[in-house]
Design a protein around this ligand. Structure first.
Ligand SMILES: [Fe+2]
Length: 336
């Protein structure tokens, strides 16, 4: 391509950039490794490009694939941004030196402190609540209270749980270890195990098992229920906000960080700042049925029907810090 064409393209990019300016030496693009494949076509990304002229190139994969790729590529990586589910995964990426510190007043203003890395290497963009789900036909909210009470004899053979090896449950136990200490968490898990839970590998499968009568209560992330309700408003499962008299319902995040070797760092920061802002948060929240991380933004209408709830405000970094302890604890308690 001739120099004249390059110059023309460059001026077009600048023209598209509106009030944004391109950082010197950076291309008008941001390369994103995302374990959230649907973020690739998400309206928030398109809106960012429209507003700034900065193109988003998204490469998808499972959380594990994306992490391994980033680690293997080291300083040769093209990735500027990592987007992934679960604070445990973000914490792990930071621990391996794959994420850079970002000191951004905009991100600090948009994302509450407990939903981001205290050292500024990753930021929650959406919030997933992991709470009690019950059959609207065979259980009543008045019978429910805490996660621990799912270990009461009345739930014997009526409980469905996800296998303990999955990161959502590791993070749940890890956050509790930080809050309560291991002895108390082991007591909670031992109670569940006494009730001989049906172990199922998949949150949606748990909800379907409750609907089908295989069990009456379970624990899953709320967006899986929202998706099912979106397809069938009469799906016979409802959420119960656990631990409202205590620490609050467990929440986790899906979030993003700028990579340690980002070549388009300034634009990468702009991109994450944009995703945490009100405009993008509205677009994201309407698309994925998670709760917006930015408290100024209203959740999707299906979520609003479930009412407000108190969320545990322990820093989600606990998911990483206590992940190994959580795995050992599950083993000790006989939670497979
Ligand atoms: Fe999920």
């Amino acid at each position: 391509m001739g120099r004249r064409w390059m110059t023309l393209l460059w001026s077009l990019a600048l023209a598209g950039a509106g009030s944004w300016t391109l950082a010197a030496g950076e291309a008008a693009e941001v390369n994103v490794y995302s374990s959230r494949s649907h973020y690739g076509s998400e309206p928030a990304m398109e809106a960012f490009t429209k507003k700034t002229g900065i193109r988003i190139n998204s490469l998808g994969g499972s959380d594990h694939e994306v992490f391994e790729r980033l680690r293997a590529e080291g300083d040769r990586t093209k990735a500027d941004v990592l987007i992934t589910v679960d604070a445990g995964n973000l914490w792990n990426a930071a621990r391996h030196g794959l994420l850079a510190r970002v000191d951004s007043p905009a991100l600090k203003a948009s994302v509450p402190p407990h939903l981001r890395d205290p050292e500024g290497r990753w930021f929650g963009l959406t919030v997933r609540a992991r709470t009690i789900m019950y059959s609207s036909a065979r259980a009543k909210p008045a019978e429910l209270s805490t996660y621990e009470a799912l270990g009461d004899p009345q739930w014997k053979n009526r409980l469905c749980l996800r296998t303990s090896g999955y990161i959502y449950n590791q993070s749940l136990l890890a956050a509790w270890i930080k809050r309560y200490g291991e002895a108390k968490v082991e007591q909670i898990v031992a109670g569940w195990v006494r009730n001989t839970p049906t172990l199922i590998n998949g949150d949606t499968k748990i909800l379907e098992a409750i609907a089908a009568g295989q069990c009456d209560v379970g624990i899953t992330n709320t967006y899986y229920l929202a998706r099912l309700l979106h397809k069938d408003p009469r799906f016979p499962v409802a959420p119960f906000w656990a631990d409202q008299q205590g620490a609050g319902t467990h929440v986790n995040i899906s979030g993003a960080g700028v990579t340690a070797h980002a070549r388009n760092r300034e634009n990468a920061v702009k991109f994450i700042e944009y995703l945490s802002g009100v405009e993008a948060q509205n677009l994201i929240a309407d698309g994925n049925f998670e709760f917006p991380a930015n408290p100024k933004v209203k959740p999707h209408e299906i979520l609003l029907r479930w009412g407000t709830f108190k969320a545990d405000d322990v820093n989600v970094a606990a998911a990483g810090e206590f992940q190994a302890a959580a795995t050992r604890l599950a083993d000790r308690a006989g939670y497979k």
